[in-house]
Design a protein around this ligand. Sequence first.
Ligand SMILES: Nc1ncnc2c1ncn2[C@@H]1O[C@H](COP(=O)(O)OP(=O)(O)OP(=O)(O)O)[C@@H](O)[C@H]1O
Ligand SMILES: [Mg+2]
Length: 270
Amino acid sequence: MATLHIKNLHVSVAGKEILKGVTLDVFEGRTTALVGPNGHGKSTLLLALMGHPNYVVTEGEVFLDDQDVLTLSVDQRSKLGLFLAMQYPSEIPGVNSADFLKAALNARREKPMSLFQFYSKMQTAYKEMGIPFEMSTRNLNEGFSGGEKKRNEILQLKLLEPRIALLDEIDSGLDVDAIQVVSAAIREEQQKGRGFLVVSHYARLYDLISPDDVAVMINGRIAVTGGPELVKKIDTQGYEWIKTELGIAIEKEESVGSIGVCATREALGK
Ligand SMILES: Nc1ncnc2c1ncn2[C@@H]1O[C@H](COP(=O)(O)OP(=O)(O)OP(=O)(O)O)[C@@H](O)[C@H]1O
Ligand SMILES: [Mg+2]
């Protein structure tokens, strides 16, 4: 089982340092929840790990076992077994969904998959994700609803079979039925031994996918790590205890309507 080692990672975006020394291990076969207030660098970490060109690594290292991830291009990282489901999946006009999936699958094989094999694999994945198969003829994410985009990210995960999947707010915009479909798909992939780093603001998702480890990102660093009890603590108490117990001042707090909402409500006396 592989481990993604992130050590002292510093990342700048548009000339501003956002990640200020992130150290975290993510394990194949385990699920790590990544939580933290808005704007503290969770998406930045995931995008930098996948190699987004706007997220510039200025210091630190990322290894998947003994492979230096930071020297690899985005497609090499994907072939190595990393996968990112984005917080805001991009619409790609002119790229048909089925063609995209076929190209992505074949790029990681020596011999292209037969059309029959590809279609039956694709059909099964669409069915399991509750996405009408006709959507495979549409351009990738173009005009998809918020929930359709999120389901489509997990559909790609199912087909690409990564070793470690990074999921950024996969539950945002999903209706109550869709969250069940998506979390069932994640549970199935967990059982196949995939590793996950899952960002969410909602304890409800974590209740459904039972993370093994929890990391809290504050001010561009991992302030504390622990087990699932950390999600419960944040859900009921918010992030304030980080300041009182650990002495880490939270640079800005905009987190409302998310993990911590109970504590926020309490503070407001509602
Ligand atoms: N392309 C960019 N240009 C300028 N600033 C950026 C860019 N991308 C991210 N940032 C800034 O970096 C900081 C961290 O953003 P990031 O998206 O990583 O936060 P997050 O922890 O994922 O927040 P949320 O929970 O709201 O999704 C924010 O202040 C954000 O405005
Ligand atoms: Mg984010």
